[in-house]
Design a protein around this ligand. Structure first.
Ligand SMILES: [Cu+2]
Length: 271
C-alpha cells in the first residue's frame, strides 16, 4: 500500500517536472467517465446522465412493485388465492409506459448520433490507419506527410514522464480550438480509434474510410487506445493526442514535413 502510494507520488512529481500536462487519461479505481474535453464528449455525458436517471427510475419502480406483490399476495394473508388472469387497464399501462420511455430516450439518442456523424467545417484533417499493432497518421491538408506511432516501453514512458501503456513515440498533434476531422481506416484487420475524453470511438475498417470529429480547447495530452480486439498486440497500440496552441502546431508541421517528407517530395517513398 505504502509502496503504491510512493510510486504514485513519484509519478505525479515526474509529470509536474516534465511539463507535459496530462489532460486526460484513465486513473486507477476511476468511476464514471473521463471529463469532457470536446463538445461531442459533453453531449455524450449529457445523454449518459439522462439515461442513468431513467434506468434508476425503472429499477426503483420495478423493485417497489415486486416487493408490494410479494407482501400483498403472500400465502399467509390469502388463504384463498385470487383467480384473476387478465386486467385490460394494467396491460395497456405496462405496454404504453415502456414505449413512452423508449421514445423519450430515442430523441436525444438520434440527435447525438447525427451530431457525431456530421463534421462541422473542419480546420485540420488527420487520417489514422490502424495496423497490427500500431497506428499510422497522415495529414492530408498539410502536404500529406505521414508517420507511425508505436507504444513506448514502460521505461521509456517513465523517462518521458508519460503514462505507461498509453504513451507513443510520436504523438498526434492538433491545434487547440480547431475543429479536427478524423478519417479512420485500417490496413489489415478491424481496429478502433478511441479517445474517451473526446467522445470519439470509430471502427477502423480495411477498405473503408470512417469519419468523425473533435474540437479541444484545452492544450495538453489526451490518451486513448485501440478499442476493437485486433490480435495479440491489441492492448499495445495506444493513441496519444497532443493539443497545442496554433503557433506551436504550425512549427510542428514544418518540422514534421522536413522529417517525413510531403507528397511533392519524391525522395520519400509513399505509403
Ligand atoms: Cu487494434
Amino acid at each position: 500500500m505504502g509502496g503504491a502510494f510512493a510510486r504514485t507520488v513519484v509519478a505525479l512529481l515526474a509529470l509536474a517536472w516534465s511539463g507535459a500536462a496530462v489532460a486526460a487519461a484513465p486513473e486507477p479505481w476511476q468511476l464514471g467517465m473521463q471529463d469532457a474535453a470536446s463538445p461531442l464528449k459533453a453531449a455524450v455525458t449529457d445523454l449518459h446522465d439522462l439515461l442513468l436517471v431513467v434506468i434508476t427510475g425503472v429499477c426503483v419502480v420495478v423493485l417497489a412493485l415486486l416487493l408490494f406483490v410479494v407482501w400483498r399476495f403472500r400465502a399467509g394473508a390469502n388463504p384463498r388465492p385470487t383467480r384473476t388472469t387478465h386486467n385490460t387497464v394494467l396491460e395497456i399501462v405496462w405496454t404504453a409506459v415502456p414505449v413512452l420511455i423508449l421514445v423519450i430516450i430515442a430523441f436525444p439518442s438520434f440527435k447525438l448520433i447525427y451530431y457525431e456523424d456530421r463534421t462541422p467545417e473542419a480546420d485540420v484533417t488527420v487520417k489514422a490507419i490502424g495496423r497490427q499493432w500500431y497506428w499510422s497518421y497522415a495529414y492530408p491538408d498539410h502536404g500529406n506527410f505521414s508517420f507511425d506511432a508505436f507504444m513506448l516501453s514502460r521505461e521509456e514512458a517513465e523517462d518521458a514522464g508519460e503514462p505507461a501503456l498509453l504513451a507513443t513515440n510520436e504523438d498526434v498533434v492538433v491545434p487547440a480550438g480547431a475543429t479536427v476531422r478524423m478519417l479512420i481506416t485500417a490496413s489489415d484487420v478491424l481496429h478502433s480509434w478511441a479517445v474517451p475524453a473526446f467522445g470519439v470511438k470509430r471502427d477502423a475498417i480495411p477498405g473503408r474510410l470512417n469519419e468523425t470529429w473533435f474540437r479541444v480547447d484545452e492544450p495538453g495530452m489526451y490518451y486513448g487506445q485501440c478499442s476493437e480486439l485486433c490480435g495479440v498486440g491489441h492492448g499495445f497500440m495506444p493513441i496519444a493526442v497532443r493539443v497545442v496552441p496554433q503557433a506551436e502546431f504550425d512549427a510542428w508541421v514544418e518540422q514534421a514535413q522536413a522529417r517525413y517528407g510531403t507528397e511533392d517530395d519524391t525522395s520519400v517513398a509513399q505509403r
